[in-house]
Design a protein around this ligand. Structure first.
Ligand code: SF4
Length: 291
């Protein structure tokens, strides 16, 4: 972002009031078994305030805390392409019209885009930074069925086909540690993603959080989750098999203590990143080393 804009660009998270077809009954009602949107949504980001109110609140905070001047509005919770193109266009343009906003990041499901929506994003991407972030979670259909994703891996590939080559940045989001996968199957994900037109990737460890179906399963029959050192070693193995051109946006998750059941690490973001750095230096591992 510094190359593109000459300075760091900060994300303003917003909840534009979307829901999700995996929750409202269009695909399913229960949602993904690990999904509790409170585990990744900042408290200021709530759809009870309008989009503009959220942006107007978020930007001054980032300005005063980081001396930030340029911003990306991040449509984060739920499925942010799950509405008519007219509604999407109004919301996206409203966000882009705000002074200082250079682009959008749009989190969504791969089965919630179509030619019309991608054409809208392509139009916006002509002069703005537009990143669409597809939740994938796993390349393995057995895992996608287990977590009740409501789409398969082929659906993700279709979304990439629709989106690539149109000036829209493409991101993916995956989770490591599902009890349905062996370590080798998790590492296969790095190989497969490396050959796809993905520019950004978010990775994090599976977290069991309260008020989810996964918490119920874990309560009935606890399954192993990553230990802290074990996850760092796993991540290093993953990164050395990953295409070095893929930009990593995230490497771990930290759900609020009040709702996190497992794994409990008690590590801050900077502790985690320092420990990962140290591990990579000691072992000589770097992204793409084994490609
Ligand atoms: S698609 Fe996203 S918002 Fe919908 S249930 Fe799954 S994790 Fe939750």
């Amino acid at each position: 972002m510094k190359d593109l804009y000459g300075q760091a660009v900060y994300k303003v998270n917003v909840d534009a009031g979307f829901t999700c077809p995996n929750r409202d009954g269009s695909i399913a009602t229960g949602g993904c078994i690990y999904c509790n949107n409170d585990s990744f949504r900042p408290t200021a980001c709530t759809s009870s305030s309008s989009l503009l109110e959220q942006i107007n609140k978020g930007i001054p905070y980032l300005r005063s805390r980081y001396e930030a001047e340029k911003f990306i509005v991040y449509f984060q919770p739920y499925t942010n392409t799950y509405a008519s193109v007219d509604i999407l266009e109004r919301l996206y343009r409203e966000a882009l019209a705000h002074p200082g906003v250079v682009g959008l990041a749009i989190g969504t499901r791969p089965d919630c885009v179509d030619e019309e929506k991608i054409a809208l994003l392509e139009e916006l991407a002509k002069d703005r930074f537009i990143l669409v972030e597809y939740g994938l979670q796993s390349i393995h259909d057995k895992t996608l069925a287990f977590i009740n994703r409501g789409h398969d891996f082929a659906s993700f590939r279709n979304a990439l086909e629709l989106t690539k080559g149109r000036g829209i940045k493409i991101g993916a989001h995956i989770i490591l540690g599902f009890p349905t996968e062996t370590r080798e199957e998790m590492l296969d994900t790095a190989d497969v993603l490396s050959g796809l037109p993905i520019e950004f990737l978010k990775i994090h460890q599976l977290q069991v959080v309260r008020e989810t179906a996964l918490a119920g399963l874990h309560g009935e029959k606890p399954f192993p989750t990553f230990g802290y050192e074990e996850y760092i070693a796993m991540l290093a193995d993953f990164l050395e098999r990953l295409n070095p051109k893929i930009i990593l946006q995230r490497l771990f998750a930290a759900a609020p203590d009040e709702i996190l059941i497992a794994p409990i690490w008690n590590k801050t973001r900077s502790e985690f990143l320092n420990d990962l750095d140290r591990y990579l230096e000691t072992t000589g591992v770097f992204q793409g080393r084994k490609r």
